[in-house]
Design a protein around this ligand. Structure first.
Ligand code: ZN
Length: 217
């Protein structure tokens, strides 16, 4: 297994629709093993194949939940169907997401409270899960990656401008940029001992400060 570099916004593979997996062979199994190792090294709760530079329809996750879904999993050729996002302005405290491909940044957006995931596991068996709350948000975030969208593409109002400024300030938005989990400084501050845990953003999902109640919501 190998930790792979994580692509940063501007890399074309992040901004185009990923291709279906035709055959689950040794190459796919190796890619998935690498994705798990990369996700763990980056402390992400989810990771989509385009984030390691591979334009295939695969994502992994690592997230505790009360939905009866395995806390660690992978889906191949997924379909995610979500309930309609509530109208109104998003709450910056409760609805902020982070993305390993927009490292260190966090912006709020509304998502559906419930989502169903169908697809194949690594053995080619059909899986089907119904998720709520943060788990549903993560499924929607990862599925967006496979369709060429980042969460910052879905922002509204003043958050559009703030995200654009952040991308510009970091000199992202061009091809070829990556960061290396385990080597580069953790962009979401997971290594900082004196960090305020409540304000910690879990990349690819939401706040580490989300309570059990919020997880169960
Ligand atoms: Zn992401």
């Amino acid at each position: 297994m190998t930790i792979r570099p994580i692509t940063i916004t501007g890399e074309p593979v992040l901004h185009r629709r990923a291709e279906p997996v035709e055959v689950i062979d040794d190459g796919i199994r190796e890619l998935v093993a690498d994705m798990f190792e990369t996700m763990d090294a980056a402390r992400g709760v989810g990771l989509a194949a385009p984030q390691v530079g591979v334009g295939l329809r695969i994502f992994t996750w690592q997230m505790d939940n009360r939905d009866g879904i395995p806390s660690r999993g992978v889906v191949i050729n997924p379909f995610v169907s979500a309930s309609k996002a509530p109208v109104g302005d998003p709450d910056p405290h409760d609805e902020s997401e982070g993305c390993l491909s927009v490292p260190g940044e966090s912006f709020p957006l509304r998502r559906g409270e419930a989502a169903t995931l169908t697809g194949l596991d690594l053995d080619g068996n059909e899986i089907s899960y119904a998720a709520t709350g943060w788990f549903a948000r993560m499924f929607q975030h990862e599925y967006d990656h496979l369709n060429g969208f980042l969460y910052v593409d879905r922002l509204q109002g003043k958050w559009v401008r703030k995200a654009k400024k952040a991308v510009k300030a970091n000199e992202w938005g061009k091809p070829g940029l990556t960061w290396m989990p385990g080597q580069d400084r953790d962009p979401f501050g997971h290594d900082d001992v004196d960090d305020d845990y409540e304000d910690d953003v879990i990349a690819e999902g939401g706040h580490a400060g989300a309570s059990e109640d919020e997880l169960a919501r």
